[in-house]
Design a binder for this molecule. Structure first.
Ligand code: PCA
Length: 211
């Protein structure tokens, strides 16, 4: 059976929970449209998160990689269009700071998602879950793992279609800086609709089109 690898992140920034870790827990072992969903929760730790993702892609050989994370500024599910080759943050979960460092030395300035971003957004909206495409995944761990997942394809390594989905905080976390929380069952419904689109596209053969 073909596989979709879905990743979440552990809690960070003083929060006790992360909605993306809950997505990984809720979808572990699920089947969507004939695809097995495998999940993992990544550490909010620079370099290590990308290394773990890389190893999982090598071990599992998924058709698609959907990395998920929390965005405290989001009021809707955000499907990222692009990852940038920059690490710029005050502290990861081990206290490491990064100032204007590349994710991958010598890598391109930016890499576009190879998931069908607009169709994923449409799928969530069709399920009545607010969603939008986004042109910035930030310069923290979410951007870093997205860049790593996409960069491996440039060097000729096996490269599943990959991208990143940012989700709003949970109601128990309160609103972020500019965001609004989303109940977990809504987030799950939106992401499930996106996975169904991926499974449907692969089954109908448009998988290679990468649009
Ligand atoms: N969100 C952070 C990192 C982990 C997460 O869930 C981000 O947006 O980079």
């Amino acid at each position: 059976m073909s596989t979709i690898l879905l990743t979440g992140f552990e809690a960070f920034g003083g929060s006790a929970v992360n909605p993306s870790a809950q997505l990984a827990a809720a979808l572990a072992g699920a089947t969507v449209g004939g695809f097995a969903i495998e999940t993992m929760v990544l550490p909010v730790v620079t370099v290590e998160a990308g290394d773990r993702l890389d190893a999982a892609i090598d071990a599992i050989g998924p058709a698609f990689v959907v990395c998920c994370g929390e965005d405290g500024r989001a009021a809707e599910i955000r499907v990222e269009r692009v990852a940038v080759n920059r690490r710029e943050f005050e502290a990861d979960n081990l206290g490491t700071a990064c100032r204007n460092l590349p994710v991958v030395e010598g890598g391109p300035e930016s890499i576009e998602a190879t998931l069908p971003v607009e169709r994923l957004v449409a799928a969530s909206l069709a399920a009545s879950v607010p969603a939008a495409a986004s042109d910035s995944a930030g310069t923290y761990l979410c951007n870093e793992v997205m860049y790593r997942a996409l960069h491996r394809g440039l060097g000729g390594r096996s490269s599943p279609q990959a991208g990143f989905v940012h989700v709003p905080r949970l109601p128990e976390q309160g609103a972020g800086r500019a965001g609004a929380p989303m109940p977990f069952d809504r987030t799950l419904e939106g992401v499930r609709a996106m996975l169904a689109v991926l499974a449907g596209e692969a089954a109908s053969g448009s998988h290679a089109a990468r649009t």
